[in-house]
Design a binder for this molecule. Structure first.
Ligand SMILES: Nc1ncnc2c1ncn2[C@@H]1O[C@H](COP(=O)(O)OP(=O)(O)OP(=O)(O)O)[C@@H](O)[C@H]1O
Length: 653
């Protein structure tokens, strides 16, 4: 079926496009994650059916690995229900045969009674079995979902940081989070539905064969056009949904912007209301028109389907009539055949719909599996040598080039960080300070040069053990939606009570965060997320104090402080820097643009366009004529000018 997807193109089945969508919504391109939908749209039902055994095996394996009991129950009970369907139809023929036989009515009813009881029992048993199978099927779904989610997050939290800079990796991750992950449960669900449908059709066919084999072709005659129509209907329904999904997503995005606490400030400050409502109306108008077109096209397909089914039914009645007239088939058997047809129709519909869905969802599930495979390949394992600590971290001509960039962010930098020292990285925006700090912390592997911890190549050390030696106070911190106390303790969440290290309160005091936390409604137990009941939010500076407290609580041998005081007031900054002074058991790498804070650093490294251009103490660098002095004097001149103006402008002189 050569149908294309997306609002920019029109589907033949959707009816003629007026072309207005393309003019009105040119920005609505299909998302990258739509590629599977497009693939599906171009696949014939025959190809879908050919891959079916493989897909069913895949789904059953997944279900089996999650819960054997529920898998057995979901499939086994459906099979048993199929047997009951056959029995029920056979018993019904028995009932009809007795009722259509000669003799007085009370005798005929009496004779039909045993078959009637059997039919009732079979129907009841089938009902119970179907419900129980449905229960097992429903039980499987959340178990599979959790298992699959867990596997994904185990992978995404283990992959090296560099993977997230790779656009392809990040895109795939979004895609599997969006769709692939959820499809695991769906493919199992569709597989069980497919089995249910097929069992239903086979059970009916078995009953019809037992009653009168010649009726089987009749059943097929009626079922074939029914199957073709069901395929068309199912695919049409599916493609209709796909064709609209990009617009729907755009509308969800706009709806989210208009009803969201986080965007409320900017929406008001920039008076974006009319703009957003206008955008929403614009997309809504196109969407409504498309929806109406689809409804019309759906109705046409339905009408065609019903006509085809009618013709097929008429054909079957004609054949049945002929068979009755010629005495090949008894009246009771013919009546049962009609009942069987009803049952086969619904089972067939279930099977066809499940097949379509199974195929498409399996494509997304394949994305998930591919991603897991790739993610496993990006987990930094190192060579597993223990990393008990370090006295020196030595970088030798270290470079890092981010993926898809032309110039290295860090370019052949050599330096040594020693335990007991405070070193500072200084330079203009984009000069590579944060990248270099991440390299020192082992968060990135260099693309050139080497990093040695006490003479051992970092690549040979156990990554978990080296990471345990490092604390990073990053300028791009995340506001974790936990309590204030948890926000500090996650810095070393696995520290046992008998292990050394600062207490939560000590760390908070050192970062000037204790009083601020104590003033919160529930102190350290205050949830820091306004989107939950009793949740609170903090100011930018208060958050930064909390982040600093977390870094100090971690109590690591290497402390990286990337702009730790950018949002702090003068008092908090003073308090924090008191605690960032040199300590014999720790090395501090400090990045800041407030150069007054680096004056006391043991060594200052000055970066320019990724290259190390100067290093030395503050006095040495001020004595030299270079970038550091230029930056320092620029900053100092601001303060001096203010001081000069104030002293010069004072009325008292
Ligand atoms: N994840 C990334 N992917 C690609 N390029 C990046 C990435 N992070 C940083 N860069 C680029 O690397 C260069 C160095 O960035 P870096 O953040 O290390 O600079 P910085 O000196 O810390 O800057 P600032 O003072 O603004 O914090 C910049 O050109 C930046 O655009």
């Amino acid at each position: 079926m050569a149908t294309v997807i997306g609002p920019r193109r029109s589907s033949r089945e959707d009816g003629p496009s007026d072309g207005a969508d393309e003019l009105e919504l040119p920005e609505l391109e299909d998302g990258h994650w739509m590629h599977r939908a497009t693939e599906f749209a171009h696949t014939s039902f025959r190809s879908v059916a050919r891959r079916l055994p493989h897909l069913v095996r895949e789904a059953v394996t997944l279900a089996w690995a999650t819960s054997r009991r529920d898998t057995l129950a979901a499939i086994g009970l459906n099979l048993a229900a199929g047997v009951m369907t056959t029995l029920g139809l056979l018993a019904t023929t028995g009932v009809l045969r007795e009722l259509f036989a000669g003799g007085p009515t009370p005798d005929r009813v009496r004779a039909a009674l045993p078959s009637l009881v059997l039919a009732a029992l079979a129907v009841t048993a089938r009902g119970v079995l179907t419900v129980t199978a449905g229960w097992a099927q429903a039980r499987l779904m959340p178990q599979i979902n959790y298992e699959v989610e867990l596997r994904l997050f185990e992978a995404t939290t283990a992959v090296e940081l560099a993977a997230f800079d790779d656009a392809g990796f990040a895109e795939e991750m979004d895609r599997v989070r969006d769709r692939g992950m959820a499809e695991a449960a769906s493919i199992v669900d569709h597989t069980v539905n497919l089995i249910t449908g097929v069992v239903g059709v086979l059970a009916t066919a078995a009953a019809v064969t037992v009653i009168q084999p010649v009726l089987l072709p009749c059943l097929l005659l009626a079922a074939v056009p029914e199957a073709v129509t069901a395929v068309r209907m199912a695919r049409r329904k599916y493609l209709a949904m796909l064709a609209r999904i990009t617009r729907r997503r755009r509308m969800w995005m706009l709806a989210h912007l208009m009803a969201n606490r986080r965007t409320a400030v900017e929406v008001r400050a920039y008076q974006m209301r009319d703009f957003l409502l206008g955008e929403f109306r614009r997309v809504m108008a196109v969407e409504t028109r498309a929806e109406l077109r689809l409804v019309r096209a759906q109705s046409a397909t339905r009408a065609f389907g019903m006509s085809a089914a009618g013709v097929a039914a008429f054909g079957m009645y004609a054949v049945l009539g002929g068979l009755l007239l010629t005495g090949v088939v008894a009246l009771a058997a013919a009546a049962t055949a009609l009942l069987a047809l009803q049952s086969a129709r619904s089972s067939l519909g279930i099977a066809v719909f499940a097949t379509n869905n199974l195929y498409e969802d399996a494509l997304y599930y394949q994305d998930y599996r591919d991603f897991l495979e790739r993610a496993r390949g990006r987990i930094g394992v190192g060579e597993g040598r223990p990393a008990p600590g370090f006295d020196t971290i030595a970088l030798d001509r270290v470079s890092l080039r981010y993926p898809d960039t032309d110039t290295p962010a860090v370019d052949e930098v050599s330096l040594t960080v020693r335990r007991g020292e405070v070193v500072a990285l200084v330079g203009e925006n984009g000069s590579g300070k944060t990248t270099l700090a991440k390299l020192i912390a082992g968060l990135y592997r260099p693309t050139g040069g080497t990093i040695h911890w006490d003479g051992v190549d970092l690549a040979e050390l156990d990554p978990a053990q080296t990471a345990a030696q490092v604390a990073v106070m990053t300028q791009e911190y995340w506001k974790f939606p936990f309590t204030a106390g948890q926000n500090i303790r996650i810095g070393r969440h696995d520290r046992r009570a008998d292990q050394a290290g600062p207490t939560m309160e000590d760390a908070a005091r050192a970062a000037a965060a204790h009083d601020m936390i104590a003033d919160l409604p529930f102190g350290y137990d205050t949830l820091l997320d306004r989107e939950f009941k009793n949740g609170q939010d903090l100011s930018g500076g208060q958050w930064q104090r909390l982040v600093a407290a977390r870094g100090l609580y971690r109590d690591a041998r290497l402390l990286i402080c990337d702009e730790p005081s950018a949002a702090l007031d003068a008092r908090a900054e003073h308090a924090l820097f008191k605690h960032l002074r040199r300590r014999p058991d720790r090395a501090v790498v400090l990045i800041t643009h407030r150069l007054a804070n680096v004056r006391h650093a043991d060594r200052i490294f000055v970066l320019d366009h990724g290259r190390l251009v100067q290093h030395g103490t503050h006095d040495e660098l001020m004595a030299a004529d270079g970038l550091y002095r230029e930056l320092f004097e620029l900053q100092a001149s601001g303060y001096l000018a203010v001081a000069g103006t104030e002293s010069g402008g004072s009325p008292t002189g």
